[in-house]
Design a protein around this ligand. Structure first.
Ligand SMILES: [Zn+2]
Length: 375
């Protein structure tokens, strides 16, 4: 087994270099495999990299991994691709199974250790199947809490800011219950380009790219098995599978089928613009005879419960404010960035080990059940 840190590089460039390095090993089984590199955004060196190949005989199914949709979360995602290549590649039948691995859907965010794109867009609020279907009052809950979610000046005294923010959050919770804030988060907002959970005013380049790939895979293969890798949500140091509300199966059925402890479904109507929702919708409307498995896989950090939820909101809001307005004291800046890192790409060995361990569990449960891994 490789050293732990080989799976968790220090920066985007190093992660991309390892990813590109997988091509030769993949070519041993899929000789036609190719590396595709696409520049995204303002800097040419920020790229989405993709290694893909058709099955060598018949295209019965395809294994599809996506990583780094939320920038900084891509480090754990890239580790999953590496783990798959190291430990599971030889269990896949290249004659019937194609592959498509994507590194860093949001390369700018991964490089800069942010979750959003360089346009401040949360990509998982940007894949609207039909932009006109967004209800007009989509920003309603957000507006109510806009004081909380929008940056308002340079951070001068973090301990005071934290107390103020916490008081605001507690008050918002007392007034509205947890749901208003949560709904604002899940729905995103399409109005304040400097606010958190911004879905963007138009499609991001990445969304255009990924929609094209989703279409391509559904048209090339009758079965598509997709794992979209993320971090932060769910119990600490455990994997959680999050299934689109467009998937017709209920939680009970999913629990019976996949051998995983944590399975959640997106609540219908509560999350807008998620890429797996888009994938399912596309499949249901244009490729109805296909089989699609597409879900998010999250590696938990802060954990669950009210305390963790409060810490998440604080972290997201403070990091966004720091990005736009800055902080007077270096120490305050470092504290916010360290907390953000803790939420999406922790430095602790324990977490990294859990990612590999739980990642194996997730891949075996899903890819075993879906017939990607030969018994
Ligand atoms: Zn994410």
């Amino acid at each position: 087994m490789k050293e732990l840190n080989q799976y968790f590089p220090a920066d985007y460039e190093q992660s991309r270099r390892s990813f590109r390095g997988h091509l030769s090993e993949i070519k041993d089984k899929w000789p036609d495999a190719e590396l595709t590199t696409v520049s995204i955004g303002k800097e040419a060196d920020n790229t989405i990299d993709m290694i893909s190949s058709k099955a060598t005989k018949t295209n019965e199914q395809v294994l599809f991994f996506t990583t780094g949709e939320h920038g900084i979360e891509g480090y754990a995602g890239a580790a999953m691709i590496q783990l798959f290549v190291d430990e599971y590649l030889h269990h896949v039948d290249p004659e019937t199974t194609g592959i498509c691995f994507i590194h860093a859907l949001n390369p700018w965010g991964m490089k800069n250790f942010r979750r959003v794109t360089e346009n401040n867009v949360d990509l998982n609020r940007n894949y609207l199947y039909n932009r006109s279907s967004v209800p007009e009052d989509v920003n309603k809950n957000y507006e109510k809490e806009s004081e909380l979610f929008l940056p308002d000046g340079k951070i001068t005294d973090l301990s005071q800011e934290k107390m103020k923010l916490q008081a605001q959050l507690v008050k918002a919770l007392a007034e509205e219950g947890y749901s208003a804030i949560k709904e604002a988060k899940g729905m995103g907002q399409f109005e304040y380009e400097r606010g958190v959970y911004y879905g963007g005013e138009k499609e991001e380049e990445t969304a255009i790219f990924l929609k094209k790939i989703q279409n391509q895979l559904l048209s090339d293969y009758p079965r598509v098995i997709h794992m979209d890798w993320h971090t932060a949500l769910g119990p600490t140091n455990e994997i959680t599978m999050v299934v689109s509300s467009e998937d017709e199966r209920g939680e009970e059925e999913l629990n019976a089928k996949y051998d995983l402890n944590n399975i959640q479904k997106f609540t219908p109507e509560k999350v807008k613009g998620d890429s797996t929702n888009h994938f399912h919708k596309l499949k249901n409307e244009q490729y109805s005879t296909n089989y699609l498995f597409s879900a998010l896989f999250e590696f938990g950090t802060f954990g669950t419960g009210k305390q963790a939820e409060l810490r998440e909101f604080m972290t997201i809001v403070l990091e966004n404010r720091l990005y736009w307005e800055g902080a007077e004291n270096e120490g305050d800046r470092d504290w916010i960035l360290a907390e953000f890192r803790e939420m999406f790409y922790p430095l602790s060995e324990e977490w990294k080990k859990s990612v590999l361990h739980e990642g194996r569990k997730g891949m075996e449960a899903v890819l075993g059940e879906e017939g990607i891994l030969k018994k």
